[in-house]
Every structure is written in structure tokens, then in C-alpha cells.
Ligand binder design. Sequence first.
Ligand SMILES: [Mn+2]
Length: 312
Amino acid sequence: MLPVFGHLNPDTDAIASALVYARLLTRQGTPARAYRLGDLNFETPFVLREAGIEVPEVLPQLEAGSPVALVDHNESAQSVSNLADLTVTHVVDHHKLGDLTTVAPAYLRFEAVGCTGTLLWKLHREANVSVEPVDARLMLSAILSDTLHFRSPTTTQEDRDAVAFLAPVAGIGDVETYALAMFAAKSDLGDTPAEQLLKMDYKVFPFGDPAQRWGLGVIETTNPAYVFGRQGELLAAMQAAKSQDGLDGVLLSVVDILNETNRTLVPGDVEAAVVQAAFGVDTRDSVADLGERISRKKQIVPTLEKHFAPQH
Ligand SMILES: [Mn+2]
């Protein structure tokens, strides 16, 4: 069974795409099984419950050389720790290409669409494979999640086309209401410890050469006031993560889904200087107002990459 998995600190796309791609590969003659790399956020259990699907198991330790299929990521810093020892046979992703290498020719599908779910929808269509209702629901949920129901600047026409196609197959008559229910579930953070809130949607990126390592977290929420009510705890958790994980900087963007704004927590002077130089934004009381830059993938990471790029 070919293991299929998405990135560390999985989001709805990482889980849903692993499930859908494992089923598609299996239907196409490559028996595959979905796994996850870590705990779920608060949105994904809602999606799986509504779809009547069990939470995938955590990926077990794999022997060197084992074949694996990656979805929704390709960078080693966001994957299983021994990725370099494994044999990547498939990647379906919509992120920038990182340090991926393969030992043999692999199936690689990368497109700049808003969601891996959109690519999986296209793979069904291209292969003339019918879309099962449960897969339609998973792909649709992933697309709504990744694009914040088309609010994100990463959204493409194909994401919209996919949702228009998938909603009736999934039996979802009112997509807006379903999306709001997903976002409400995601925003219901309760008394989750600050360290967990920081790491829920969190990726480590290498920037520059020699590489600095930065941890970039995002909390997408319909209730930013709740998150800022816990600002002190979150800043402490960011400082702790920075020293424990040996990082050069940590930022945590609080994205207001409904108002499409990003106010980012900045734990120290190093981060504040980088935010000022890269984005031209001052930090006040440990918060930098990054305005409408709500996409880490499209508006935060590329700007930091450029900032840290060696000058020629
Ligand atoms: Mn994604």
C-alpha cells in the first residue's frame, strides 16, 4: 500500500487530499492509503465528521527506500523527517518547489491553483474517473478552506469551477452556509494551549544562503478578538518555539477571514526589523498590520524570500 500524506501540522487540504488521492490511486490500480503527519486543526474534524470519514492514522516510521506519495507539500522541512531516505513516486501540489529530489522518475503535478483539491478534481476529469460523493465533499471542503471561500488572492477560476462542479455531487446545496460552518468550527479554539494554537497551521521555511530558518504560523479565524485576547501567551509560545527549534525568527499571522485582514504577532526586535525591511510595516505593541496580505503562500513567503535572497 503506497502511503499518501500531506504536510506537517496538517490543514484540511493536507488531510482531504491525502484521502482523495489514495482513493484515486487505488481505483487506478495503485493500492494506496492516506496518513497524516500530526494533529488536526479544529476545522478538519468537522469536515471529516460531515463526510462520515475516519481520521487517517499517523504515518508510521517507514523503512529507507519505501515508496511514498506526497500531496499539498514538497519541501523536506514540511514533511516526514526521513523524507530524503524515502522514494517519492508521486507529488500533487500547489506550493512553490523547494528542495525536492527523487531517486527515480516520479509523477509530479504542480499547478498554481488555490488548492491541491482542485488538482485532484482535474485528475479525476482527465482520467475520466467518476467523482464519488464523499470525494466531492472532501475536495470541495479543501478548496473552501485553502481559498477561504475564494477570498484568498491564491484563488483561480479553476478553483471556482471545481466547487461549482463538486457541490451538487457532494449534495451541498448552499456552499456559503457550509463554508461559514467550516470557518466557525475552525475558530472555536476553546482553551487550546498557546503552543498548540501557534503550531496548528505552522510551517518552517529556509530563507537565503546561508539559510536562516523561520517559523511562520497562521491563525485563520472569524474571531480575531479572541486570539488577540491571548496575545501575551502566544508571544511567549513564539519565543519558546524559536529557542527550542533553533529558529532565526517566528511570526504568527492572525487572519480575519471575513474582513480579509492580517495582523501579525511579532515577538522580538529581530522579527520587527525584518518585517519593516521586507514589508515596510512598523511593529507596535508586538503587532504588525500587514493589511490585506492574507496568503502566506502568495504574499508572505515570496516577500521574505526576496528579502533574504543574496544580493548580486
Ligand atoms: Mn493546500
